[in-house]
Design a protein around this ligand. Structure first.
Ligand code: 5AD
Ligand code: SF4
Length: 445
């Protein structure tokens, strides 16, 4: 197809990764990207289903596209991602101007679907399974210096609040050799930072074997092997699961110099009864014990988390336990969510769904506690010097945004080249970012 495309991505890094593949396929087919929806021949909405507001956003966006389609019948509208997999035929029922619905397992069929839509009208593919990993598709990456690398798709857990297993299926790991080959290729192309992606990276390899053996590859082993790739400077990964976490991952992180000192470690709740009802098999003390071991093993490690407030049946005492766990854990940052019932999940049909006001009030208390902790932890960085990777332009004037190995954002003066490493001296702190100045490199004598 000729012409321009625009992709809007919602949700998590897995969707960012898939969007780069969608762009790669469209580009391989002869299309070019545009930032203007009015110029686009193909608009792709790559959707998220994790919470209800993500759902509502899709239908709002489709409403905005309707008049454009009426003006320009050549416009092709594609809905991809988790909501495509969840809502399936409902999307074209509610918005008949959508040309293609492509589910999470059907991405490799996107170009065929678009072609068929030209002759036959609206298409949908919500296959339950495909052999091909999206990683095998061509990619149009947003940044030349960093890349997402999928190590596994899907999830074998059944957290009672979560829709992911329904829309992304059971876990499938990629062969270790395929992951390494992709990372080596990226490093040859100048990529300096990779983020390894999986819903639960600790169970990576459970469903594959190391070639020539009957042994299962382990995540720690994968980290160590990726660490050997020449040219690469930083390795990140997301997300580990406290239930399947093992000490060999701490050792591999500590001993692999390219693996960044940051871990995203979703706690979800600090109350044991709520964790049980969520079907998260660890308990608060075990979680906090892991944090101590991680911090002992990896000095200076940055820790972020996910927390859900207002899970069905959460009492004042349960919530007090979450506040207490947050005070003890001292996360550098936390993504806090109000519980949102997802159709088909066990929690959605549990009794004792909480009133919105109760959830809102608890949420605000949690956010203000965490903001205070985040600020205290950020302030402790003032005066330090640290290596940062420049990621792009800052929000104001001639400034740049960069990131520490511990995953803190640092705003710097001056327009610096994305993809370069500099040393920053931290001069100021806010809960969600630091400010700093570049320390000139010493002259070589
Ligand atoms: N309601 C609120 N938050 C949710 N998450 C997942 N499902 C729900 C839900 N139904 C949060 C979890 C998860 C993060 C990606 O989104 O905290 O770790
Ligand atoms: Fe959802 Fe739990 Fe799987 Fe994470 S581990 S994707 S929260 S089911």
């Amino acid at each position: 197809m000729k012409g321009t495309y625009l992709i809007r991505t919602f949700g998590c890094q897995m969707n960012e990764h898939d969007s780069e593949r969608i762009g790669g396929m469209l580009r391989a087919d002869g299309m070019t990207p545009t930032a203007e929806v009015a110029d686009a021949r193909v608009v792709v909405l790559n959707t998220c289903a994790i919470r209800e507001n993500a759902d509502n956003k899709l239908y709002g966006n489709l409403g905005h596209l309707k008049p454009l389609k009426a003006e320009n019948p050549d416009l092709r509208i594609v809905v991809a991602g988790c909501l495509a997999q969840k809502d399936q035929g409902l999307i074209q029922q509610k918005a008949p101007w959508v040309d293609v619905v492509v589910g999470t397992h059907a991405l490799p069929h996107l170009l065929d679907l678009l072609r068929r839509a030209e002759d036959e009208g609206p298409q949908m593919d919500i296959a339950e399974y495909t052999e091909l990993f999206p990683s095998a598709l061509p990619a149009a990456r947003n940044d030349a210096f960093r890349a997402w690398v999928s190590i596994a798709v899907g999830c074998d857990n059944a957290c009672t609040f979560c829709i992911v297993p329904f829309v992304r299926g059971a876990q499938r790991s990629r062969a270790i050799g395929d992951v390494l080959a992709e990372v080596q290729g990226l490093a040859r192309d100048g990529v300096v930072e990779v983020t390894l992606l999986g819903q639960n990276v600790n169970t990576y390899g459970r469903d594959v074997t190391v070639p020539g053996t009957s042994r299962r590859p382990l995540f720690a082993e994968l980290l160590r092997q990726v660490n050997e790739v020449e040219g690469l400077r930083r390795i990140r990964f997301t997300s580990p699961h406290p239930h399947d976490f093992t000490p060999d991952v701490i050792e591999a992180m500590a001993e692999s110099e390219k693996v960044c000192e940051h871990i995203h470690f979703p706690m979800q709740s600090g109350s044991d009864p709520v964790l049980r009802a969520m079907q998260r098999s660890y308990r608060r003390e075990r979680y906090l014990g892991w944090l101590d071991r991680i911090r002992d093993g990896i000095p200076g490690v940055g820790v972020s988390t996910d927390i859900i407030v207002g899970f069905p049946g959460e009492t004042d005492a349960d919530f007090a336990d979450t506040l207490d766990a947050v005070s003890r854990a001292r996360f550098d940052s936390a993504y806090t969510f109000q519980y949102s019932p997802r159709p088909g999940t066990r929690a959605a049909s549990m009794p004792d769904q909480l009133p919105k006001e109760v959830v809102q009030e608890r949420f605000e208390r949690l956010v203000s506690l965490q903001e205070r902790i985040s600020l205290e932890k950020a302030r402790a960085q003032v005066g330090t010097e640290t290596e940062v990777l420049v990621e792009g332009a800052g929000r104001r004037g001639a400034s740049s945004q960069s990131r520490t190995r511990t995953n803190r954002i640092v705003h710097l003066q001056g327009a610096l080249d994305p993809g370069t490493f500099v040393t920053a001296r931290i001069t100021d702190a806010a809960p969600h970012h630091l400010s700093g100045e570049v320390v000139p490199a010493p002259a070589l004598v």
